[in-house]
Write a protein that binds this ligand. Sequence first.
Ligand code: 13P
Ligand code: SF4
Length: 303
Amino acid sequence: MLKRIQELKEKHNVVILAHYYQDPAIQDMADFVGDSLELSRKASATDADIILFCGVHFMAETAKIVNPTKKVILPDMDAGCSLADSAPPDKFKEWLRNYPEHVVISYINCSAEVKAMSDIICTSANAKKIIESIPKERKIVFAPDRLLGKYMIKETGRDMVLWNGTCQVHEIFSEKELVTLKVKHPEATVLAHPECDENILIHADFIGSTSAIINYVKKAEEKEHIIVTEPGVIHQMQKNNPSKIFIPLPSDTGCSCNECPHMRLNTMEKILDSLENLKHEIILDEDIRAKALKPLNRMLDIV
Ligand code: 13P
Ligand code: SF4
């Protein structure tokens, strides 16, 4: 399968971009693995003719927005995101009517239509910097992640109006399980993604994007780490630090996986099928794409 994927990649001049929440085999096969910010930068800079995006729909859509002359394909068109789905464009438009004076900051996990209604985009890697780039006297609405928004209000001291969306993976981590693990592994650091709720984040030694967490582990002296994000990140951590121990935090349903059901829809079989048939292509309305590009470029210019 890998040989055939390689042949097709060369034949069609394809670059394969993958998020850290993909299956380890997909991460190992990709040309580049990164967090949302790094992936959007890679997508905008590539000179390949086709971008095969191993991630979810909003990520592939972002690649198309920033690099419209490329064909962008996604192995499974159903690979969505609970955060992006929480903000249907018509409802979002209506809601924004209540805040005509506000600067609209949207987390990159949203649709092209929502991006097109936003003033600036952020990711988990740069949210603080983006919020701080807005003059203090301006009011802000932050969408669609209420939990990241709540954490950012604490971090920046800015009083933002929040859209009520959440990530279905990060909102169900169990505080009880986390405390149990901390008692069992008193030397372990707790590394959490800011899409988690406050009751989880208060226990964290470090809070950051997927790449930030991976980089933290590289430099950390501690041997054991409790990982409070999608466990796909553990693959890179284990590769970079073979002697360290990584403990994934279970959800409140007792499941020890916490895999994102959308991210994990992509498989090697579907990737091969995508390359054989050059599908499923991301097609965007040009007006929406051009409007969505402005807030994305504003972010990319800042960080
Ligand atoms: P980052 O990789 O940007 O931290 O995003 C995490 C995530 O949930 C992506 O869907
Ligand atoms: Fe969306 Fe959460 Fe899955 Fe990321 S982990 S794609 S935010 S549902």
